[in-house]
Write a new protein. Structure first.
Lengths: 235, 235
DNA sequence: TATCATACTTTTGGCAACAAAAAAATCCAT
DNA sequence: ATGGATTTTTTTGTTGCCAAAAGTATGATA
């Protein structure tokens, strides 16, 4: 029985192996298939995917640059994990700023197709909440933010948001499962969607910042349940 | 005679070769040692640095993730170059936001040592302008922004700013050589420095945003001199 | 039993060789 | 000459191998 549940590489693909390995590992990390701080050895991954060490090593180097892996020379490759309250604060401080900018730009640049999809998600998420469908909520939350991100048309902004987004992913499910958080997120999404489709950039920015701030707080609660509060650590 | 003027790797260093190669290439790209769109072949770099292809390849993959190199599978790796007006706009739109945030956070978190250095740079840059020392100005401009960046204490913010900073580097020298730009930059720095050392976060953010916006405009002038305006392209 | 030194194993770092694809050069027909 | 097909060369993608470092187990000694 395999240690992990990671997809195999497609031997008929014309993509270089390093890219396929990169994609597989990235997804596995984001989906929590690996434990934080877990050590990944080149051979183990290579054997799982039926490739040699080289493409695995190259994928490692790429993922290191995105902070998804931490490489210590002569020691090994480790799955990056959020370890401190400060790290969460740092990530969300930047994310609040950039998602706010994204909402602002999206409100000014959004096209009809994107506007339509944004409205569709607003309906779908409402249904998910009625059915208490947590996974559906997460899926739509992701799609919602992606549309906004893409509507900005700013490649650099999109890159940075992607980086920040995956870091929060591990906590997202737990965060949304908190009492009341899902309903709040719905309302935040709704008015945010209206501001963007309505083209009110400044309002969209403010709503987005408030939305991210709420998610921030919510994740901190989850985090401190797991790790204890900073105050407790001092004891 | 060597094709490029790039530093050799230190064979006595305990750092892995991929890191050394990475550092050498990164610096060479930022300093304009390679031409934009120039093709780099693994062997050529490897021979120049007296290493095998493997560390070079790994360095390539790392630099690709930072948008300093562009890799096209089965074809080669190319030095990334800013090609369009839109790319400059995208970069500076995000940079304005993040440098603004950095100034804001710096004003709140700066320590005495950093405050001292910030004041020192303000004096030094004044001297450089009197002597019309362009390279000195650039050096201090870089140091100035670095202090602010470090004063934020936010690792993620620092990473993103680094990425954006190097992209603008190629244009910085030309931009500052414009008539009057250097003196303007001095004044922008001065009041910005005062706002930060004085702890006025909101003011610091506004001054920084205006400073970045001025640099943005200045770089656009340089860019359009070289490439022609968008309007001209339509002809 | 605890600790330190030593041998052994595993894993990373780096290199050279092979396979396959793209680029360049050559040749031929028009 | 010029355009296109074909061969040759170059370069990338991949594999396996060896060396060096780190990690682990063993065992002797206090």
């Amino acid at each position: 029985m395999a240690k992990w549940n990671i997809s195999p590489v497609d031997s008929y693909s014309y993509e270089p192996l390093r890219i396929q390995v990169y994609n597989v590992l990235r997804e596995a990390i984001v989906n929590g298939e690996f434990m934080p701080d877990e050590k990944l050895t080149e051979m183990e991954i290579a054997e799982h995917l039926n490739v040699s060490r080289t493409p695995v090593r190259e994928a490692f180097r790429m993922l290191e640059r995105e902070e998804l892996l931490t490489i210590i020379p002569q020691q090994g490759v480790f799955v990056s994990g959020i370890k401190s309250r400060k790290e969460i604060d740092d990530i969300f401080r930047v994310r609040m700023e950039l998602e706010g900018l994204a909402a602002y730009l999206a409100a000014m640049n959004i096209n009809e197709e994107q506007r339509r999809r944004l409205r569709k998600y607003a309906e779908e998420i409402e249904q998910c909440i009625e059915e208490n469908d947590l996974k559906g909520c997460v899926r739509i939350d992701i799609a919602f933010h992606r549309i906004i991100k893409e509507a900005t048309g700013n490649k650099w902004l999109e890159r940075f948001l992607d980086s920040l987004f995956v870091q929060a992913t591990r906590f997202r499910m737990k965060s949304l499962s908190q009492e009341g958080r899902m309903v709040n997120a719905l309302n935040e999404h709704r008015r945010l969607g209206e501001a963007i489709t309505g083209g009110d950039a400044e309002l969209a920015r403010r709503y987005m910042e408030e939305h991210i701030q709420a998610a921030w707080k919510s994740i901190l609660i989850v985090f401190e349940e797991e790790h204890g509060t900073e105050a407790e650590k001092e004891v």
